[in-house]
Design a protein around this ligand. Structure first.
Ligand code: FAS
Ligand code: PHB
Length: 404
């Protein structure tokens, strides 16, 4: 058994784990990352596409914003298409100049992995049989790696291992409460090297169901269609996808749409999920390990970032100032922001998707709500301030050294 001692053991090398690792490195705090998949697999995953301003600021503090600054696309508005008519929500004018940045999660992950490799930090990829133990006393992580058994002895474990990870599953059932809502449809996503249909995102509410026109760059587009949970990706040829998307678009967008061969196509289920609390002794859950949102509000990746802002600040405060205040407040502070993002993501999903079991009255009420939101300054402001991201309640991470 190979024994490794460190301060923080991070389980999972997705955006949450990698960002935490980078912020701990900048604060001079020793840590390791243990990941069950290969580095190639992690770097190839295609998921989110929108970064809140606070997430961009955090990536800048982490010293990994070089590509983001040159390749990210700042967006000051979004379009909502309903009843065949597009309505622009001017995010920036409604939020004193805030905006979002279009920059794929895949790129964020690659930038963080590149920084980690450059700093020659310890990561165990393709770790097997990962287990977390004794996180109420003397935390340990055991796993099998390259033919040897390892035991990490640490002060803290950061459970950044996603919805299906081992950390939340290792908490005694009487210590944890979960809240869940599963939606009766999924999102069929297509990535294609074709120019986006518009300069900004178009969220589509149509009688045939929800659609989303997004992008990754000026030459690469990301589109989604609401599909029944019974659908399989094999049911959807590229041609069928593009024809259905056109049916949900307005005439102008239909005319402008450039179609092409999909380079990625998948169906993701939608759920809302929250774990309370998010701290168990010396084990902290962060990102998808603790919560899931339907992607309609573009919050998943951004919530992972805000958890990591709070957790890295708490750990820096503990090791640099000997204070446990941040650690003790971690769960409550995260959950304040998590539940607001859960509400917003549920609300956007409820408003823009077609629910087969919806009564005609409920449908009329939803149409009236959307019409109010799009024609009222107050209504558009509530949408805008949630979409660009609510502020963190956190003091700046002022213990960070410049990255060498
Ligand atoms: P992740 O799931 O990204 O990373 C967890 C890591 O832990 C993985 O690398 C996993 O291999 C590893 N792991 C799991 N179990 C382990 C174990 N036992 N031992 C070691 N490692 C383990 N969000 C949006 O905002 N917009 C979107 O459009 C969007 N689309 C999505 C599509 C899909 C199919 C999915 C699954 C999610 C999508 N999300 C979207 C949400 C997504 O972006 C997450 O919020 C984001 O990946 C969260 O990052 P992490 O918390 O790091 O979790
Ligand atoms: C994406 O580009 O993948 C994306 C954008 C906005 C969303 C969800 C996904 O709300």
């Amino acid at each position: 058994m190979e024994i490794v001692k460190t301060k923080v053991a991070i389980i999972g090398s997705g955006p949450a784990g990698l960002l935490l690792g980078q912020l701990l490195y900048k604060a001079g705090i020793d840590h390791v990352i243990i990941e069950q998949r290969s580095a190639e697999y992690v770097a190839s995953r295609i998921r989110a596409g929108i970064l809140e301003q606070v997430s961009v600021d955090l990536l800048e503090q982490a010293g990994v914003d070089q590509n983001l600054k040159t390749k990210g696309l700042p967006h000051s508005g979004i379009e909502i298409l309903t009843n065949g008519k597009k309505h622009r929500v001017d995010l920036s004018s409604l939020t004193e100049g805030k905006q979002v940045t279009v920059y794929g999660q895949t790129e964020v992950t690659k930038d963080l992995m590149q920084a980690r490799e450059h700093a020659e930090l310890t990561s165990f990829y393709e770790a097997e049989q990962v287990q977390v133990d004794d996180f109420y006393s003397e935390p340990k992580v055991t796993f099998h790696y390259h033919g040897k058994d390892y035991q990490i002895e640490c002060d803290f474990i950061a459970g950044c291992d996603g919805y299906h990870g081992v950390c939340r599953a290792s908490v005694p059932v009487d210590k944890v409460k979960t809240f869940e809502k599963v939606y009766p449809f999924g999102w069929l996503g297509v990535l294609a090297d074709v120019p986006p249909v518009a300069d900004e995102l178009i969220y589509v509410q149509s009688e045939r169901g929800f659609a989303l026109c997004s992008m990754r760059s000026e030459t690469r587009s990301r589109y989604y269609l609401q599909v029944p949970l019974t659908d399989h990706v094999e049911d959807w040829s590229d041609e069928r996808f593009w024809e259905e998307l056109k049916r949900r678009l307005d005439p102008e967008s239909r005319e402008k749409l450039v179609t092409g061969i999909s380079i990625e196509k998948s169906i993701a289920p939608l759920r809302s999920f929250v774990t309370e609390p998010m701290r168990f002794g010396q084990l902290f859950l962060a990102g998808d390990a603790a919560h899931i949102v339907p992607p309609t509000g573009a919050k998943g990746l951004n919530l992972a970032a805000s958890d990591i802002a709070y957790l890295s600040s708490a750990l820096v405060e503990y090791y640099h100032e000997g204070s446990e205040q941040g650690i003790n407040e971690y769960s409550e502070k995260c959950l304040q922001r998590v539940w607001k993002a859960e509400r917003f993501s549920w609300w956007m999903t409820h408003l823009l998707h077609r629910f087969e079991t919806e009564s005609e009255f409920d449908h009329k009420i939803k149409q009236a709500e959307l019409s109010y939101i799009l024609t009222s300054q107050a209504g558009q402001t509530t949408l805008a301030e949630n979409y660009v991201g609510l502020p963190y309640e956190i003091k700046p991470l002022n213990h960070l050294q410049p990255v060498g």
